[in-house]
Design a binder for this molecule. Structure first.
Ligand code: 5GP
Ligand code: ZN
Length: 117
């Protein structure tokens, strides 16, 4: 964990983050500035900076995120209607927070174009 990282602080519950789902590997909490009726950030409970830092060593954390999406869909009641997952990576990808995170968006018919500005 990185003590200066805002998402690590949310994971450790040092600051309030309205967590909607968590397990040993994954934490999911509401985005502070939602762009859809359901906008949840899904993060590994390990300080991985971005997709560029995924490795065999931390792969378990990232793999568990893939399973968490279904759980989050169930919890938010959107399994049937569907959802979109986005991961911004690095400068050109528009990544602002340097802790790997996936945007889970749902609750309306999302436009054909992306999405998170
Ligand atoms: P990025 O642009 O890095 O892919 O997305 C970062 C996201 O984190 C943004 O959608 C922003 O609204 C959200 N965010 C930034 N700071 C906080 C925070 O302190 N708490 C929560 N819940 N979301 C945050
Ligand atoms: Zn972190």
């Amino acid at each position: 964990m990185d003590e200066n990282c805002i998402f690590c602080k949310i994971i450790k519950k040092e600051i309030p983050g309205s967590i909607v789902y968590e397990n040993d590997y994954v934490c999911a909490f509401k985005d502070l500035h939602p762009v859809a009726p359901v906008h949840i950030l899904v993060v590994p409970k390990k300080h991985i900076v971005s997709l560029e830092d995924v490795s065999e060593e931390n792969l378990e954390y990232v793999a568990k995120i893939q399973l968490a999406f279904r759980e989050i869909a169930k919890i938010t009641g959107v399994s049937q209607n569907g959802y979109r997952v986005i991961c911004n990576c690095g400068e050109d990808g528009g990544q602002e927070v340097k802790h790997l995170h996936y945007h889970f968006l749902a609750g309306k018919k999302l436009g054909a174009k992306i999405v998170h500005d």
